[in-house]
Design a binder for this molecule. Structure first.
Ligand code: ADP
Ligand code: MG
Length: 697
């Protein structure tokens, strides 16, 4: 392999390749489609398809696939070969514009939450030209949206693209009011920081819980966990360093700007961050990154765990969604400007975000809700389940001065009048100190920190973009009709601060007192997925999301159903796996240890008839109590699972799981983990936490 710049993006049909392989006319019209969403005509599509095929074949591809993101959380692909029969009995390599633009996977088993039943049995995939095609293995992957024949979205990309468009529409109205005539469009950018664990594959293979559920369902605490804080940013072990080097190379070939990597807080936990890019592309890249992370790991004899909480008692993994809004002319609208006028514009966008996050806390919370992430949010490691915004002291003081018409200490002027005073530049270190905030302003972007490591970032961003679009729409409606723009602007910003300051919180989000305070402020605290997901269908949310054309009512109903169904299935599989492990592995292991203890006590007595054998007797007694408890708790869990079968409604089922199954799983785990601490190591049927967490060299 040559230098990075030689091979960076070598597997991507990117702008460089397009320019080199398309006629100037075709290139120009494709660019117009990419940049401005212009319609692509058939002849252009055919030319692009032909060039794409030739390039892909030259780079070793034999197949193509429409690559899409169904609602299951992973990516899907169905490979078609380029070959097509030729009259002479041979084959030619063929790929038409029609095949590029539209695909028809037989996708009837992807979850649709009843959507396809009401519309059309099959769905189709549609090329998203704004995300470059790439080669994976021997397959040309074409990023696509996945819809039903009625046009209802069956994937995550479609609503994300719609939300970006909604935000663009409303932000453009605001920018016009501020006289930005040169701006053609506004886009959101995201840089997602991805956390993950690496464990030895041979140990993973011995744990059914990891194999079936991605997390450990049993496991006593190791003698050493993360209490020494010696792993965070610590020296990277050689095996891990080799993995990271290989991973970077694979990502760079795919044009993914993997930039930083370091150890995280927990042993065996690491993080990878790319350089930020357009939300749509960042989403595709993050999906691809997660896939490549797992693939590369297996080459190194490792397994990459992307579950939010692979190990109890050890920090879980999240994903930080660094988000900003910028114009096509390169102006970051969340960056305080150089002039008073730019500052007023910045404050308006800032207020739009504050209002959006307050008005749609529930949507943000539910956009990251999964059974896995429920283990993190609210534990003392990730942000709490309560959404709040951290702005930093400086910006808080400015907002305070505006709200109360009082002098701002940072300026010489008497009061903060918008459009007159210049705001101070916010130094990164004054805005980025808070690590416990779910939604933190970090100088020129917001960092949404509630996402779980396995979440698609599409979900959080579609809600965030839509909610901000709604604030901007309300502002634009008001300002476009205002007699005096500046007065109206000032009043509106003041009103936003007054109405929404309850969402602003600079303190420690882990503090118990904050939860009480948040409750007093009327903020939502949805601890679990069943608590928050049904709010997707609240009237205010449906109204907002449909009015911006991000979702239809039917799409929202189906999504709510699918997300709850996912939750139920996930926990059911976990519970079933626990029962299996308890009965087939844990109980037999403890039994055989007990039996050996009894044998050795008996053996002792044959030699020394007066031996008390207190050790054996004591341990056997303890373990017999524990095995009885394990058996009993296993039966109880099984009975509770059976009871679920009587519940027809998914929402009701999710409530029952939250209220009964989770508690029974915890009870079973507690006694099994206790048994682990009392059982000799060689009897334990699968690798321990210590071996899993400290096994990678
Ligand atoms: P942290 O201290 O959280 O690790 P970094 O500076 O490393 O912060 O950035 C984290 C992520 O934020 C990176 O992916 C980076 O590309 C992204 N980022 C930086 N600036 C922006 C921006 N204006 N918009 C969106 N993401 C950004
Ligand atoms: Mg961060």
């Amino acid at each position: 392999m040559g230098t990075i710049s030689d091979y960076f993006g070598c597997l991507v049909f990117d702008d460089r390749v397009m320019k080199a392989n398309l006629s100037s006319d075709v290139y120009q019209s494709l660019r117009k489609t990419i940049d401005q969403g212009a319609k692509l005509d058939a002849s252009v599509a055919n030319a692009v398809a032909a060039a794409m095929k030739d390039w892909a074949i030259a780079n070793g591809a034999t197949h193509f696939t429409h690559w899409f993101q169904p609602l299951t959380g992973i990516t899907a692909e169905k490979h078609d070969s380029f070959i097509s029969p030729a009259p002479d009995g041979g084959v030619i390599m063929d790929f038409s514009g029609k095949e590029l633009i539209k695909g028809e996977p037989d996708a009837s088993s992807f979850p649709s939450g009843g959507l396809r039943a009401t519309f059309e049995a099959r769905g189709y995939t549609a090329w998203d030209p704004t995300s470059y095609a790439f080669i994976k293995g021997k397959t040309l992957c074409i990023p696509t949206a996945f819809c039903s024949y009625g046009g209802e979205a069956l994937d995550k990309k479609t609503p994300l693209l719609r939300s970006m468009e909604a935000l663009n529409r409303q932000a453009m109205r605001i920018l016009k009011l501020f006289g930005n005539e040169d701006v053609k469009c506004v886009r959101t950018s995201v840089g997602p920081e991805q956390e993950y664990f690496l464990i030895p594959k041979e140990m993973y293979d011995k744990r059914k819980d990891l194999i079936y559920t991605g997390r450990t369902l049993f496991g006593a605490k190791p003698p050493k966990g993360q209490e020494m804080d010696d792993h965070y940013f610590g020296v990277i072990k050689p095996g891990v360093a080799a993995y990271m080097a290989d991973l970077n190379e694979e990502l760079w070939k795919l044009g993914i700007l993997a930039k930083t990597e370091h150890n995280e807080v927990a042993p065996a936990q690491h993080e990878l961050a790319p350089i930020y890019t357009t939300t749509n592309v960042a989403t595709d890249h993050n999906q691809l990154t997660m896939e490549i992370m797992q693939k590369v790991a297996s080459k190194h004899g490792l397994v990459c765990l992307l579950h939010e909480k692979p190990f109890a008692g050890v920090n879980g993994s999240g994903k930080h969604n660094n988000w900003s809004i910028a114009t096509n002319t390169g102006v970051n609208l969340l960056s305080p400007g150089e002039t008073p006028y730019e500052n007023a514009q910045f404050l308006l966008f800032l207020c739009a975000v504050i209002k959006a996050v307050d008005d749609y806390q529930d949507l943000l919370r539910l956009s990251v809700a999964t059974a896995g992430n429920d283990h993190r949010l609210g534990a003392n490691e990730a942000p709490p389940a309560v959404v709040s915004i951290f702005l930093g002291d400086e910006l808080m003081a400015i907002l305070d001065a505006i709200e109360n018409d009082t002098p701002y200490a940072g300026t010489q002027k008497t009061t903060m009048k918008l459009g007159v005073d210049v705001l101070p530049r916010f130094a990164r270190d004054t805005t980025d100190r808070n690590r416990t905030s779910p939604f933190a302003f970090t100088g020129n972007k917001f960092e949404f920190r509630m996402l779980g490591s396995s979440n698609s970032i599409a979900c959080a961003n579609m809600m965030l973009n839509s909610a901000v679009a709604e604030s901007l729409k309300i502002y634009a409606d008001r300002l476009e009709g205002a007699e005096d723009f500046e007065t109206a602007l000032h009043e509106m910003i003041k009103k936003t601060i007054k109405d929404h300051k309850r969402i602003l919180f600079n303190g420690n989000g882990y503090d118990e007192s904050w939860l009480k305070e948040a409750e007093k402020r009327g903020l939502c605290n949805y601890r679990t997925t069943p608590d928050c997901m049904p709010h997707l269908l609240d009237e205010k949310n449906v109204k907002m999301l449909t009015s911006h054309k991000v979702f239809t009512v039917a799409e929202l109903e189906s999504r709510c159903e699918i997300m709850l169904e996912n939750y139920c299935k996930t926990v059911r599989i976990e519970a079933t796996t626990m029962i299996d492990m308890a009965r087939k592995q844990i109980l037999p292991a403890v039994e055989s240890y007990v039996s050996d203890l009894a044998k050795s006590a008996a053996a002792k007595k044959t030699v020394v008839p007066t031996a008390a054998c207190a050790y054996e007797t004591g341990l056997i007694t303890k373990l017999s109590v524990l095995t009885d408890q394990i058996a009993e708790k296993t039966d109880e869990l099984e009975a509770a699972l059976l009871d679920l079968n009587g519940i027809a409604d998914t929402k009701e089922e999710s409530f029952a799981i939250r209220d009964t199954i989770l508690g029974k799983m915890a009870a079973l785990r507690a006694v099994a983990d206790e048994a682990e601490t009392q059982t000799a190591e060689k009897y334990w049927p699968f690798p321990t936490y210590g071996e899993l967490l400290f096994g990678v060299r």
